[in-house]
Ligand binder design. Structure first.
Ligand code: PLP
Length: 365
C-alpha cells in the first residue's frame, strides 16, 4: 500500500489503462455472461451500499429480493416457491447439495449427476464430502435416465439434472429424472443456471421446472441470460421453509438466523436482476431469447456451409462445431471433447455473427 495516496486523476487514468486491457465484447463469443442491460446498471448503482446479509437494515432491498424469488417461482410454475439470491450458479449448486445432505442424513452420501454437469458440482462435492456418481450421456448428449436410475441407492442424497448444459447447450430429460426422484423419494436439483432464463421463453418450452412433481430445487442465474449486473444467481426451493434446515444463529445481526452461504450479500445486483425482469416483462424476454436462438441457428447454418459441421443441435443458444482454429481477435472456447464452442449471448448481435462467419470463411478459403 502507498504511504501517500494518489490523485483521483492519476487513479482513474490508471484504471482506464487497465480497462483497455480487457477484451472488447464485440469479439467475446465464449462467455455465458453478457453486457448488463441499462436498467440493471441504473438499479445496481442505486442500491450500491445495500447489504442483504443484514436485511433488517435494508427492508426495502430485502423486499426486492423477495419479489425476485416470487417472479422466478411464478415463471417456474410455483408462485409460492422459497429461495434467495446467491452469487451465481456455483453458490446455488453448493447450497442445493448442502441442503440435500442435511435433509437426508446417511453415513456415506452420494450425488448422482450427468457427466455434463458444471464443474461447480466438483467443488460442492469436495466441500461437502459427497461421493460423485457421474451418469454417462446418451448419443444426444443428455443424461441417460435409465443409467441414472441404476446409480441411485439408499445413500443417494441428490439427483441432478441440467437445463442448458454449459458445453453443448442441452436440456436433460428432467421429466424422466422427476419420475425417478418421486419413485425413490430422492431430492432432485435442476441446474438451470443458464437455461432457466432461456427455456421458459422458447416457442416450445421443454419441461424442467416445478411443474414436474419430483423437482425439489432450481438454480437460475440472472447474471447470465438475465442481463443483470454480476453477481446475481438464485436458488429456488419447492418448499418455502426448506432452507431453514440450513439455519445457523447470527447473534449480532438484525435477524437471528441465516441459511445463506455468504454473510454480507450485495443488494445491488438483486435490484439489477429484478429491474430487467420487470422492464422487459415476458414479451421482452421472449424477444431477447428469440433473437439469440435465431442467431444460433444462423451461425450453425453459416458454419456448415463452410464445412464445419455442428457437434450437436442445441436446445439453447450454445453452438458447437468440429473445427480447429478461429481467426484473431475472436474469443471462442473449446469443449472437453475439443469442439469449438460459441455462446450466442444478447451482446452477440447478428452483425457480429456475420462478421465472424466472414472472417472464418476467409481464413479457411
Ligand atoms: N451451472 C451451469 C449450467 C453453468 O453454465 C455455470 C456457469 O457457466 C454454472 C453453473 C456456474 O455459474 P457461476 O459461474 O455463476 O458460479
Amino acid at each position: 500500500m502507498l504511504n501517500k495516496g494518489i490523485t483521483e486523476e492519476e487513479l482513474f487514468s490508471f484504471f482506464s489503462c487497465k480497462k483497455r486491457e480487457d477484451l472488447d465484447h464485440n469479439f467475446i463469443l465464449s462467455s455465458m455472461c453478457t453486457l448488463p442491460h441499462d436498467v440493471a446498471v441504473r438499479a445496481h448503482c442505486m442500491f450500491m451500499e445495500t447489504n442483504l446479509g443484514d436485511p433488517g437494515l435494508f427492508p426495502g432491498t430485502a423486499d426486492l429480493e423477495r419479489q425476485l424469488i416470487e417472479r422466478f417461482g411464478t415463471l417456474f410454475h410455483l408462485p409460492g416457491a422459497g429461495g434467495y439470491a446467491t452469487s451465481g450458479g456455483t453458490e446455488s449448486n453448493i447450497q442445493a447439495l448442502r441442503l440435500a445432505k442435511v435433509i437426508k442424513k446417511v453415513a456415506a452420501p452420494n450425488v448422482v449427476l450427468p457427466e455434463s454437469a458444471h464443474f461447480s458440482f466438483k467443488k460442492a462435492c469436495d466441500i461437502l464430502d459427497l461421493e460423485m456418481r457421474p451418469v454417462p450421456l446418451g448419443a444426444d448428449l443428455r443424461i441417460c435416465p435409465d443409467l441414472a436410475a441404476e446409480l441411485v441407492d439408499k445413500n443417494t442424497v441428490c439427483l441432478v439434472g441440467v437445463a442448458g448444459t454449459t458445453e453443448y447447450g442441452m436440456v436433460d430429460p428432467i421429466a424422466d429424472l422427476s419420475k425417478i426422484a418421486v419413485l425413490h423419494d430422492v431430492f432432485l436439483h435442476v441446474d438451470a443456471a443458464f437455461g432457466g432464463m432461456v427455456v421458459p421463453f422458447l416457442e416450445r418450452p421443454i419441461p424442467f421446472d416445478f411443474a414436474l412433481p419430483g423437482v425439489t430445487t432450481i438454480a437460475v442465474d440472472p447474471h447470465k441470460m438475465g442481463m443483470s449486473t454480476i453477481p446475481a444467481g438464485c436458488l429456488l426451493t419447492r418448499d418455502p421453509e426448506m432452507l431453514d434446515a440450513l439455519n445457523i444463529a447470527t447473534p449480532y445481526l438484525t435477524v437471528k438466523h441465516e441459511y445463506t452461504l455468504a454473510g454480507t450479500r450485495p443488494g445491488a445486483p438483486v435490484a439489477g436482476a429484478l429491474a430487467v425482469l420487470d422492464y422487459l416483462g415476458m414479451d421482452g424476454m421472449k424477444a431477447v431469447v428469440a433473437g439469440c436462438m435465431k442467431n444460433t441457428q444462423r451461425l450453425i447454418a453459416g458454419m456448415e456451409t463452410f464445412g464445419f459441421p455442428r457437434a450437436a443441435t442445441p436446445d439453447v443458444n450454445v453452438a458447437t462445431f468440429v473445427a480447429q482454429t478461429v481467426p484473431t481477435p475472436w474469443k471462442v472456447s473449446w469443449t472437453r471433447q475439443g469442439h469449438l464452442r460459441i455462446v450466442c449471448m444478447p451482446h452477440v448481435h447478428r452483425d457480429r455473427i456475420e462478421a465472424f462467419l466472414a472472417d472464418i470463411g476467409e481464413m479457411h478459403a
